[in-house]
Design a protein around this ligand. Structure first.
Ligand SMILES: Cc1cc2nc3c(=O)[nH]c(=O)nc-3n(C[C@H](O)[C@H](O)[C@H](O)COP(=O)(O)O)c2cc1C
Length: 184
């Protein structure tokens, strides 16, 4: 088990794992759980592919269909949660984020980088989550106008490292990621 005595080193370790979400196809950080709040009070969690992470900008990026329910939830409340569990290194990462939703022409450069066979994820008819009469009663109609880029501005990062003795720390943007140790 790694022995972290310094908050900065622990955060570096956390970011190294987050960065693998884009760089390493096998890393569980590629598939974070993205959590929004619903108007009915229940949180809504789903798996998304991490498309980009940027420590300098404190950002993580996802892509989604503009007609999916998370878009309506984010319109009501742009605050969301991200959760990643990395079993190999026994690290849990939790992040609070504020989401900027980009749609329309501004996303065309991103859309150009989406492989043709992956574009089917944006434009399903009927819209994602709508009731259908049988399992395959839908069509894929790839449509750039149904493509949304979710730019997540990270507000806080919480790390929990499991070991003989667990280590937990909390870092906030408002204190310039200085961090503080927490009892696990
Ligand atoms: C491994 C995996 C990766 C996924 N990646 C994405 C993704 O990148 N973007 C996306 O919108 N949905 C993705 N999904 C589907 C979502 O989990 C979810 O079912 C869909 O976005 C509809 O969510 P919503 O109705 O809560 O908005 C993925 C699902 C799995 C299992």
């Amino acid at each position: 088990m790694k022995d972290f005595q310094k908050l900065d080193n622990f955060l570096d370790f956390g970011w190294a794992q987050i960065s693998r979400g884009k760089a390493d196809k096998k890393s569980p950080a590629k598939h974070p759980t993205f959590v929004t709040s619903n108007a009915d009070g229940f949180p809504n969690a789903r798996t998304l592919v991490m498309r980009r992470s940027d420590r300098k900008k404190n950002q993580i990026e996802f892509h989604t269909d503009t007609a999916s329910s998370k878009m309506f939830a984010l319109k009501e409340n742009p605050c969301a949660g991200i959760h990643i569990w990395l079993p190999k290194v026994q690290l849990q990462i939790q992040m609070d984020v504020v989401v900027e939703v980009k749609v329309g022409d501004i996303t065309i450069p991103n859309w150009r980088n989406v492989p043709t066979n992956s574009r089917v994820a944006y434009g399903t008819i009927p819209s994602p989550g709508k009731v259908i009469g049988s399992p395959l009663a839908y069509d894929y109609v790839p449509d750039q106008k149904r493509f949304a880029v979710l730019v997540c501005d990270i507000q806080s990062i919480q790390l929990l490292l499991l070991g003989a003795k667990h280590i937990r720390a909390y870092y906030k943007k408002t204190t310039n990621w200085q961090g503080e140790w927490l009892s696990p």
